[in-house]
Design a protein around this ligand. Sequence first.
Ligand SMILES: Nc1nc2c(ncn2[C@@H]2O[C@H](COP(=O)(O)OP(=O)(O)OP(=O)(O)O)[C@@H](O)[C@H]2O)c(=O)[nH]1
Length: 355
Amino acid sequence: MAETQAEKIPVTVLTGYLGAGKTTLLNRILSQPHGKKFAVIVNEFGEIGIDNDLVVGADEEVFEMNNGCICCTVRGDLIRVIDGLLRRKGGFDGIIVETTGLADPAPVAQTFFVDEEVQAKTRLDAVVTVADAKWLSDRLKDAPEAKNQVAFADVILLNKTDLVTGAELDQVEARIRGINPYAKLYRTTKSEIDIAKVLNQGAFDLDRILELEPAFLEDDDHHHHDHEHGPDCGCDHDHGHDHAHDHHHHGLKAVHDDEVQSVAFSTEKELNPDKFFPWVQNLVATEGPNILRSKGILSFANDPDRFVFQGVHMILDGDHQRPWKADEKRVSRIVFIGRKLDRKALEDGFLSCAA
Ligand SMILES: Nc1nc2c(ncn2[C@@H]2O[C@H](COP(=O)(O)OP(=O)(O)OP(=O)(O)O)[C@@H](O)[C@H]2O)c(=O)[nH]1
């Protein structure tokens, strides 16, 4: 039975470059009193799952896919996860997909048009892109996926307005408008926005997307088998030559940056904050330009709380999140995403912070 447009479950795709404020926005959406039940699908780039631990508790179920970037798994995992969701009793009022900061949103959006089962039950409501007011201009120069994320957006949050001057803000907004004049744009701090401006937009405009990417609806299953890799995703997988044609029909220039990598470490030893903070501060002060993103969940000695730590380049942020639960293993985990990362030095540095 084919559902009508209105009966289909709306899907919101949250995108935006590494550290722009997607998880912050997701948490805002989930913690507002909306009385709705959302299924959240988180995809992250990295070896150890951390993002799902950063998403607020509540009723939502978080489905994690961390075995590669979302464009690699889009016709595998994402469809499987959504199919699984659709089979559940009780159902959902909406699905929110938070993509990794390195994902090109096109293949994610495609999933909702090319898979019959998914298409019958869901509708892509909007692509919501969080843009980092401080770093977006730089990323538009060196990260093609950052540009695609802006180009595909129906709603843009120009976030972190507190970190730039009014003139800089006008400049970056003008850059965004040059790429995407159609999206609704809101200036935000800490992704603070009325969720009515983000959810149920009915905004995904297929005609406009087709203009950007004429081959959007081509079902290229006969070209590809099983694993799909976008031309410019940041994952480690070998991107086959047969994807060369993808470069042609991407209206937006795609240069694959092989160098973005992620390293992650964990330890069951408790950490000493007096060692950890000086270490990490010095690290991002010297390596900040190469470290796009860092995040961790840390267990400090004599501290009953989980400490969540986050960084975007050299800007660090951290807070006590909640007490460790009685049955919870106190493991400290940290992830770095960036270029030219010295795994050994990072690991040695991290482990030397043990109490
Ligand atoms: N100063 C400032 N910091 C912000 C703002 N919004 C978010 N942050 C901080 O930026 C960091 C990254 O935010 P996240 O919401 O985790 O970003 P993300 O896009 O989910 O990051 P990834 O999952 O790594 O791609 C966190 O430390 C946030 O607290 C803002 O408006 N201003």
